[in-house]
Design a protein around this ligand. Sequence first.
Ligand code: HEM
Length: 180
Amino acid sequence: MFVTITFIRWLHLVGAAALVGGMILQLFVVSPLLSGIDPTLRGKIAKKASDFYLPVFWVSMALLIITGAFVIFDRLVSLENMVFPYKNSYETFWLLKLSFVGAIGLLGILIARLSNEIRGVSQKQMSTPGDMAQNTVLENRKGRLRQAVSLLRNLNVVLGIFVLLWAAVLQNIFGLLILR
Ligand code: HEM
């Protein structure tokens, strides 16, 4: 059991590093890099970048959920039949952590949808190159969508870092409960 749970916690840590690290790379490296690229190429490269990045995001999320379920099972079994003041706070903090993880997943879906919409607007622009008035409207729309995507990405990174803090809090509460 010791080896199994150590292995599962290791996988959980790998998932956490890949998810939060991937989001930080996307926000602080890939996005600034893309914003400096010729707009005619930007759409294609952005699509390629998200084709590579999205599997990393979803696979690490799935890994975190599966391994997290094992870890929580192991923790709750250890705490079974124990009744003391901090026990409820462990469960409450755990549920809070889960809500933040849910928010990261939902924002991930929203970011993917808005990015698709940006690509749709770019294609529309390319299909009507001569229509200046429409192009200006579409360009403004793209600008607003890009701002929304960047805001949501910032929020997701903050949430990811917050979840790491929550994991540290959970570990300390668990330590307090077990050593008590
Ligand atoms: C954004 C997603 C997540 C991140 C970044 C994350 C990160 C972490 C980290 C760094 C640890 C400490 C690991 C250790 O010391 O072994 C941890 C522990 C833990 N995680 Fe996660 N996790 C995430 C999602 C989840 C999910 C979805 C679950 C449950 C289904 C979960 C359940 C747990 C539990 C129960 C612990 C042990 C806490 C304790 O020490 O008592 N995590 N998590």
